[in-house]
Design a protein around this ligand. Structure first.
Ligand code: AMP
Ligand code: ZN
Length: 112
């Protein structure tokens, strides 16, 4: 379920502080510590898995649940003018935390 060495699992367990903007039994959304846009949130499932390639049916259900929640969370965080979702996968994408997470970026016009 949770991985003892994973930084995002530690955030879920409350062992590392975070600026939470939304939490329920399946997911957590918190502010990225090094924002790449005026608003930069990270949405994570509470069940740990590293990559889409390792996602089981339960993980897929969690991902679907998170994607359905994001529009409302985005709106509540000032992103009514639009936002970008990013899921980095692996080294070439620059993935640094291996607990699946969705970046939610916005609050300004984003370059590509
Ligand atoms: P990625 O490069 O896609 O794996 O994204 C990992 C993201 O996690 C980066 O944008 C980091 O800034 C962010 N991050 C790492 N540690 C923390 C933390 N303790 N609290 C909030 N965000 C973090
Ligand atoms: Zn984890």
């Amino acid at each position: 379920m949770l991985d003892k060495d994973c930084i995002f699992c530690k955030i879920i367990r409350g062992e590392i502080p975070s600026s939470k903007v939304y939490e329920d039994e399946k997911m957590l959304v918190f502010k990225d510590i090094e924002p790449k846009a005026k608003v930069h949130l990270l949405a994570i499932p509470k069940n740990h898995f590293k990559l889409l390639a390792e996602m089981d049916e339960g993980g897929a259900e969690d991902l679907k649940y998170i994607l359905k929640k994001i529009p409302r969370i985005a709106k509540e965080n000032g992103l009514e003018n639009g936002y970008r979702l990013v899921i980095n996968q692996g080294d070439d994408a620059g993935q640094t935390v291996f607990h699946l997470h969705i970046h939610i970026l916005g609050g300004e016009t984003l370059g590509w």
